[in-house]
Design a protein around this ligand. Structure first.
Ligand SMILES: [Zn+2]
Length: 387
């Protein structure tokens, strides 16, 4: 996830065809489009760093009301959402990075050399147990998407969502009804898993992984007996190639960037805010202001930070609230509030009834299924050395 890794990844992509063909209107001359957007990015960066040509002021007022009027003007057709842990906290998912209240604070029981080790690829390959114990505790599917997740789903239903870039691995965007093509899961996802062996890379489904995790088996590849790991990005691993290819296609034509529940501290994700055109309004819905560039980083050329308050501010709006409250307030201004609340109620009821049905099925079954699965494994000649 370092700068050099990003560059390496980009270089790799020059030769690799991005897997997004057919998703974009301009995929026919993709190479050229990528080059152009790269040039646009550099042009934007230089003009901002040098204080040249500030973008056009698009919002009539730097407020949530101003954003809502712009969204209703007919000029705002392509919205990108960038989201982080803050959009899932109201679903009960702990924030990884908040000291004290976050996940790291609860890791003592795993006897890690240091807390981050649990997400370090080298440590995981030697000691996978703590990660899978934690995964059992935090397993996606035991949580319901939030008002904020359903607000993003509404943007999609209304044809306004270009894509949602998420740092979260909880898959709640998918549960809320976004499809794979609507999403860039920048830090990976529990949705699929792969064998860690470079030579094998066999893919496994979420259902397969879930059964392993809850049976307290360490997941091993059925083809080569190596570890199988959910496709979440560990420290020491590259971001998915899709992050870089989608970014090049999406950001140059973005009409509105909505950033929610992220402290914008993890690169390269945080730098996405500077990839939209100069005139593109940016709305931050978060408990505190974030993403403002400090003096040091602007000297280093990392321009394009958020500017909410200076006399040069012309496009950035901060709505300081929880993500759910911020989305409800925006939905209210757009006249969508009743529809949003109805959607949340309906979807949550659906999840509850599905859960109840599953529980019913489970209790009516004997433990035969697990016994059978274990039998099949030993038939396949697997030797489980997990002690
Ligand atoms: Zn394998």
């Amino acid at each position: 996830m370092s700068e050099s890794q990003e560059q390496a990844k980009r270089a790799e992509e020059e030769t690799d065809t991005p897997d997004l063909q057919g998703e974009s209107d301009d995929s026919s001359d993709e190479g050229e489009a990528c080059g152009d957007s790269e040039m646009d990015f550099l042009r934007n960066l230089f003009s901002r760093t040098l204080g040249l040509s500030p973008g056009e002021k698009v919002l009539d007022e730097l407020s949530l009301e101003g954003v809502a009027r712009y969204m209703q003007s007919g000029k705002c057709k392509s919205i990108i959402c960038m989201v982080g842990a803050g959009i899932s906290t109201s679903a009960g998912i702990p924030d990884f990075r908040s000291p004290g209240t976050g996940l790291y604070a609860n890791l003592q029981k795993y006897n890690l050399p240091y807390p981050e080790a649990i997400f370090q690829i080298d440590y995981f390959k030697k000691h996978p147990e703590p990660f899978f114990a934690l995964a059992r505790e935090l397993y996606p599917g035991q949580f319901k998407p939030t008002v904020c997740h359903y607000f993003i789903r509404m943007l999609k239903d209304k044809g306004l969502l270009r894509r949602c870039y998420s740092q979260n691995i909880d898959t709640l965007e998918r549960v809320a009804g976004l499809q794979g093509e609507d999403l860039v899961e920048a830090h990976g996802t529990f949705h699929t898993s792969h064998c860690v062996s470079f030579f094998c890379r066999k893919e496994y489904t979420m259902e397969w992984m879930k059964e392993k995790i809850f049976s307290e088996d360490i997941p091993k590849c059925e083809a080569c007996n190596n570890l199988v790991k959910p496709d979440i990005v560990f420290f020491g691993e590259n971001l998915p190639a899709r992050f870089f290819s989608a970014m090049k296609q999406d950001f140059p034509s973005c009409d509105l960037l909505i950033i929610m529940g992220t402290s914008l501290q993890v690169q390269p994700f945080a730098s996405l805010v500077s990839r939209v055109p100069n005139s593109c309004p940016r709305l931050l819905i978060n408990l505190e202001k974030t993403g403002q560039s400090d003096f040091a980083s602007s000297l280093l050329g990392f321009g394009g930070g958020m500017d909410f308050d200076s006399d040069k501010a012309y496009r950035d709006v901060a709505q300081l609230s929880t993500c759910d409250d911020g989305c409800l307030a925006l939905a209210d201004l757009l006249g969508w509030k009743a529809e949003l609340e109805e959607l949340v109620k309906r979807e949550h009821a659906l999840i509850d009834s599905r859960d109840a049905k599953k529980k019913g099925e489970k209790s009516s079954q004997s433990s035969g299924a697990t016994e059978k699965a274990k039998g099949a494994e030993s038939e396949a000649g697997k030797s489980d050395k997990t002690e």
